[in-house]
Design a protein around this ligand. Structure first.
Ligand code: F0G
Length: 472
């Protein structure tokens, strides 16, 4: 089935614009800039969607495309292309990203003391994380610009995603990761997809700083989430989620926070859907950070009362030595904090922290719902549990948590948790060790290879009680 492609004159007028209201400098759509040349702040892509696309016609166009076999329509990002600053004939680089499930999670709901809880599993993307939804647009833009070499700094997922999309596009890529701090699975992906892997002595923030300096070079294209074309792809998850919920927004949307591109993208996506009349209210965005890597949560604690100020004058205080076992969000200097702050303002949102123990237990419960995720993603369920206990989220409110990465991204963490060996050490004056208890651990059993011994275990198993969801 072929659906006629609506014309999109607005793309030729799309611009990149500085997010600072005081500055507002604009740049051409295909100008190679990452930050505002005038004030150094972040850039947004600005596209005024054609008047002809009213909410109902967009809804039915997108619904129709679900039955189309055209490659663009099979992608859960490009299906919503009316929201994207790309012409209809753009040379799209896609791996059928998006289209991720929205699961009902009854055990997690019980754990959080909620009536129900939905989990949007972005770990079901082609390389196992939400990064693919932004990489498809950033690498497509790289093709339009005619660049040959793509680079990023990463805690592992951005790099795995870039490596895959660069390979698909036939472009070169080099990734910079903190040595010894990236899970084997993520490193394995980047190697297999053919990326040049540069292991840097230092943490993610050091890699990011080095990359930003390098990106001044015209022959290199940086695709971290500072690049606004990444955010454009990532924002389409808001449309996909709204469509899955029949355009009825939940009360709360809960996301993990690291470099803060994901929360920024949700903010922009929801804001645009609201302006187009596709949704009639904004969910409250909650960003959850690990307690040892929580610069945005500290800022929120200090400046919550200034959230509604359009042009805040304060700055985030970066952390030199962030620490958490949730390695994807071990970030002390989040590049996109201003856009994330704006997302909080648009949605009357909040930020909170959770401990390593809370993350680990929440992750195990997500597993019990047959879903599973990376530790970073589990900050969401841990955060929801805290907010319900505090009465901030009511037990009958509609809540969606976003899981950002797949369970198999970090299996060492899982095995260590289930065998009671999960611990974290970090330097803080005298040094610290945090031993995590596997409250929901599920240890392997050693059994003799005889029928009798195996039967005994199986019988015992059938008499066992369901594990309690709430640890003592
Ligand atoms: N969850 C996962 C699985 C991630 O990989 C990341 C970030 C986040 C959450 C946080 O998202 O940075 O947009 O706030 N990973 C980056 C990387 C930093 O390099 O893969 P954010």
């Amino acid at each position: 089935m072929t659906i006629s492609e609506p014309s999109r004159e607005s793309v030729s007028q799309a611009k990149q614009r500085c997010i600072e209201p005081k500055c507002g400098a604009s740049y051409g759509l295909n100008e190679r800039v990452y930050v505002c040349k005038s004030c150094g702040s972040l850039l947004d892509l600005e596209l005024n969607v054609e008047q002809a696309f009213d909410a109902n016609s967009l809804r039915s166009l997108w619904r129709e495309r679900l039955q189309s076999l055209e490659p663009r329509d099979r992608s859960g990002v490009w299906r919503y292309r009316e929201l994207l600053p790309f012409a209809n004939d753009a040379p799209i680089v896609s791996l059928n990203e998006g289209n991720t499930p929205l699961y009902d999670a009854p055990r997690c709901a019980d754990y959080c003391a909620l009536d129900s809880l939905l989990l949007k599993h972005q770990g079901c993307n082609p390389t196992g994380s939400f990064k693919d939804t932004g990489m498809t647009t950033a690498v497509t833009q790289a093709r339009i610009l005619g660049v040959r070499l793509l680079v990023c700094a990463s805690t592992g997922n951005t790099s795995a995603s870039l490596a895959a999309y660069a390979a698909r596009a036939g472009l070169l890529c080099a990734i910079m990761v903190p040595e010894g701090q990236v899970s084997h699975a993520k490193l394995a992906q980047s190697l297999d997809y053919g990326a040049k892997v540069l292991e840097i002595e230092g943490n993610f923030d050091a890699c990011m700083r080095a990359m930003r300096e390098l990106a001044e070079d015209e022959s290199i294209y940086l695709v971290n989430s500072i690049n606004p074309f990444r955010i454009e792809g990532q924002k389409t998850v808001a449309a996909e989620l709204a469509e899955q919920l029949n355009w009825q927004m939940p009360d709360h949307l809960v996301v993990p926070g690291g470099n803060l591109g994901n929360s920024s993208a949700f903010g922009k996506g929801l804001h645009e859907l609201y302006q187009l009349g596709l949704i009639d209210r904004m969910p409250c965005i909650t960003i959850v950070q690990a307690v040892g890597a929580a610069p945005l949560a500290s800022l929120f604690l200090q400046h919550e009362q200034d959230l509604m100020v359009e042009d805040p004058t304060f700055d985030i205080v970066n952390l030199d030595q962030p620490h958490t076992l949730a390695s994807a969000i071990k970030i002390g200097a989040p590049v996109s904090w201003k856009k994330a702050w704006r997302a909080l303002r648009w949605t009357s949102g909040r930020v909170l922290t959770v401990s390593e123990q809370e993350i680990a237990d929440a992750k195990a419960i997500i597993g019990r719902d047959a879903i599973g995720c990376e530790p970073d993603s589990a900050t969401t369920v841990a955060g929801i549990k805290k907010l319900v206990a505090a009465g901030t989220i009511k037990d009958d409110e509609k809540v969606v948590a976003v899981l950002t990465g797949h369970l198999l991204k970090d299996t060492d963490y899982v095995i260590n948790y289930h065998s009671q060996k999960l611990s974290m050490s970090w330097e803080s004056g005298a040094g610290n060790v945090n031993q995590i208890v596997g409250h929901f651990s599920n240890q392997p059993v050693r059994v003799e290879a005889s029928q009798k011994a195996i039967r005994q275990v199986l019988e015992h198993m059938q008499n066992e009680q369901e594990p309690h969801i709430n640890p003592a």
